[in-house]
Every structure is written in structure tokens, then in C-alpha cells.
Write a protein that binds this ligand. Structure first.
Ligand SMILES: *Cc1c(COP(=O)(O)O)cnc(C)c1O
Length: 397
């Protein structure tokens, strides 16, 4: 009796039939069973700022957010989100009509796709893509059209001609993600301008996942596509507190967009969770208002960790794509004489005591992603050092 009723009709509906358990569950179980260092799933192994945790405790004790918060999110948080967009990017949003608080970016993505996509609509997404995109497009009845980022001068880049060619009369929206998980690519202003021009020319909506907006390194700059000409009215911008403040369990996310788009997304969102994370919303309002030092220190800490792990991977024999953003590094296993990332990741805990994720899970064109694997570096320095030492053995073993 695996997944079938007596009438032989599958229990899981057709839209979701292709989606089994995520690779993260399989790899985390493998890490637990073998005692390997888990650089698979992207969550920090250290909690975020103490003062923000205390702000959550205070809200809980003071009875703020213990009952259903307002549908759009608590006013303190919506105001802080709008102020953040204004201060950082010069984007003006009305906290009452143009900001929506969600259960993490995950719900914002789901609600956006459920609200904006008709069955049969095409959604163009950058491949490799975050795993929830494919499932949410499928739940909305849409058809995903992947445009593949390919290695070019040490980074995964977008081919703008391919993007243009992917747009048809059935395309409803472009789903983009910058800084990009899993490749670490930060789309340049020029790339974003070309995407924006295409969106305006073909009258498309853009949903942009910017959860790593604060995690950019060296001279990379995060440019929200909503800042580009013609884009504010057609863009749903999504972000979240999980990555920026190292509280991935709190699930506080948000959408900023025009009143018409926010209203549409809220229509779907209200029937998913209605509301969530009451007391945490107050804490994240304070987090958004932390002084610039916090963001600088976060970036500096992660840049050092990136370099530690990337250098270790290079020494171990991988070809490394040093990321400009996010807390993931993608590595090519071919210099190690390997070509199948799935097989490589399944054997890595045994061979080296480390867990990574095969990038192929983020592709429709699995062969495009086959030789790449992803390591997370949002871990303690000593953990990353130990992982690098273990991986160094791969060269000879
Ligand atoms: C982690 C992640 C999310 C999910 O964010 P939550 O706020 O935890 O729901 C969404 N998109 C990308 C690209 C991510 O890496």
C-alpha cells in the first residue's frame, strides 16, 4: 500500500506527484547516522543577536502578539520594513497598503504564485532554483520554464538571449532570485536592467526573492529590481528575517509591492496561515532598525567563513565558484575525477565525514547540474576548519 487507494487512484494529487521528500531530509538523516559535518542545509549553527532574542521575550511577556496579530502584520513591523526599503534603496512603500508580513519568504513565494498564476500560465525561473519554486508553481497549476545560469569566468551567469527566448505569449511572470541560492551569483545592475526591460516590453510581472539581500561580499552590490524604471508597479519583492538575523526558525517574511499586488498576494496568504509569528514580528521590527554596524559585521563574518571553506575546497581539489553573495558555495567535482553529484554526495559522509547537497536537485535539466555540489558556510569557523581538513583527504583517498 504505497501511495495507492483501493481504486488504484494515487493518494497524492497529480500536481504534486513529482515532489517526494526533499534532499535536505535525506542528507540530514545521513549526517545524523554517520556523524558527518552537515554543510547541507542552510541554517546557521549560532543564533542571531541577543538583543533581538530579548526583544522577542519582552513581546511575549508583555502580551504583544500572543493572540492573532493583524492580517497584514503588526504596524510596528510594517513601518520598519517600509523604512528599511526607503533607507537602503530609496524605495517608498506605504506600510498600510504596500507591505504584507508572511510566514517566512516561503509563504510569500507560495502566496504570490497562488495569487498571480492561472492554470496553464508559464513562469520563467532561473535554474538552478530554490526548491519551493517548482512545487509552488505546480500547486498554482502553472508551467515552469527554466532558464539556466551557466559557469562563465568563475561565476554562474544569466544568458540574456536565452531569457528573452524563454518568454512566450503564455508567460505570466519572471521569478528571480538575487543574491542567488545555490550559486552565490549576485545579478549585476546590467543584468537586472535587461530583465526589467524585457518585463516592461512583454508586460510581465516579476516576483523577486531577495532573502540574501544583506549577504553580499567584496564589491558586490544588491540591486532590488523594483528600483529600476517601470518596475515598481510590476514587482513583488520578497525578503525575510531568517537569513539576515540568523533566526530561521522564527519564520518572519514579507512582501513589498503596489497596493493591487499586495492585495492579490494577501488574498491567497490569508487562507494559508492567516497570520503567524506574533511576538517575533515585534522583535524583527527592532532588528530592521539595528545600526549599520550589525550588517557590516554580519557580512565580514560570513566573508571570512566563505574564504575559509572555499580555500579548503580548492585545496581538496574542487573547482570552486567563490560566491559574491548568500552563504553557499558551489563546487565542481570534475577535477576530482567525479561527474555525478548525487553519487558523490551520497558517498561523501562515508568517504570524508562531510555532507553536501547535489545541485542537480535544483535543476529541471538535471544533466546541467550534475557535476556541481553545494556547501553551506553559515557554521562556526572551527566546524568549517574541521570540514576542510576532512575534505583534504579526498585527493588521496
Ligand atoms: C531560505 C530561503 C527561503 C526561505 O526563507 P524563509 O524566510 O525561511 O521562509 C526562500 N528563498 C531562498 C532563496 C532561500 O534560500
Amino acid at each position: 500500500m504505497t501511495g495507492m487507494t483501493s481504486s488504484a487512484r494515487p493518494i497524492l494529487n497529480r500536481r504534486l506527484a513529482a515532489f517526494g521528500t526533499t534532499i535536505f531530509a535525506e542528507m540530514s538523516a545521513l549526517a545524523a547516522a554517520t556523524g558527518a559535518i552537515n554543510l547541507g542545509q542552510g541554517f546557521p549553527d549560532t543564533d542571531g543577536p541577543e538583543e533581538i532574542r530579548e526583544a522577542a521575550v519582552r513581546a511575549l511577556r508583555d502580551g504583544r502578539g500572543n493572540q492573532y496579530p493583524p492580517g497584514p502584520g503588526v504596524p510596528e513591523l510594517r513601518t520598519a520594513i517600509a523604512a528599511h526599503q526607503q533607507r537602503r534603496y530609496g524605495l517608498t512603500y506605504d506600510p498600510d497598503t504596500e507591505v504584507l508580513v508572511t510566514a517566512g519568504a516561503t509563504e510569500a513565494i507560495a502566496a504570490s504564485l497562488l495569487a498571480l498564476v492561472e492554470p496553464g500560465d508559464e513562469v520563467v525561473a532561473l535554474e538552478p532554483y530554490y526548491d519551493s519554486y517548482a512545487a509552488c508553481i505546480a500547486m498554482a497549476g502553472g508551467r515552469r520554464v527554466p532558464v539556466t545560469l551557466r559557469p562563465h569566468d568563475g561565476a554562474f551567469r544569466l544568458d540574456l538571449d536565452e531569457l528573452r527566448a524563454a518568454v512566450t505569449d503564455r508567460t505570466r511572470l519572471l521569478l528571480i532570485n538575487t543574491p542567488h541560492n545555490p550559486t552565490g551569483t549576485v545579478l549585476t545592475r546590467e543584468e537586472l536592467a535587461a530583465i526589467a526591460e524585457l518585463a516592461v516590453e512583454r508586460d510581465l510581472l516579476v516576483v523577486t526573492d531577495e532573502v540574501y539581500e544583506h549577504l553580499v561580499f567584496d564589491d558586490a552590490v544588491h540591486v532590488p529590481i523594483a528600483t529600476l524604471p517601470g518596475m515598481r508597479e510590476r514587482t513583488v519583492t520578497i525578503s525575510s528575517a531568517g537569513k539576515t538575523w540568523s533566526y530561521t526558525g522564527w519564520k518572519v517574511g514579507w512582501v513589498t509591492a503596489s497596493p493591487a499586488l499586495v492585495t492579490a498576494v494577501r488574498t491567497a496568504k490569508q487562507f494559508l496561515t492567516y497570520v503567524s509569528s506574533g511576538p517575533f514580528q515585534y522583535a524583527i521590527a527592532e532588528a530592521l532598525n539595528l545600526p549599520e554596524d550589525y550588517f557590516t559585521a554580519l557580512r565580514e563574518d560570513l566573508r571570512a567563513k566563505r574564504d575559509l571553506l572555499a580555500t579548503g575546497l580548492e585545496k581538496a581539489g574542487f573547482a570552486v565558484f567563490r560566491p559574491a553573495g548568500t552563504y553557499f558555495v558551489t563546487a565542481d567535482i570534475r577535477p576530482l575525477g567525479e561527474s555525478d553529484g548525487f553519487a558523490f554526495c551520497r558517498s561523501l559522509p562515508e568517504r570524508a565525514g562531510v555532507v553536501a547537497i547535489p545541485n542537480a536537485v535544483f535543476y529541471d535539466h538535471r544533466e546541467e547540474g550534475a557535476p556541481f555540489v553545494r556547501f553551506a558556510f553559515c557554521k562556526r569557523q572551527e566546524t568549517l576548519r574541521e570540514a576542510a581538513e576532512r575534505l583534504a583527504g579526498l585527493r588521496h583517498g
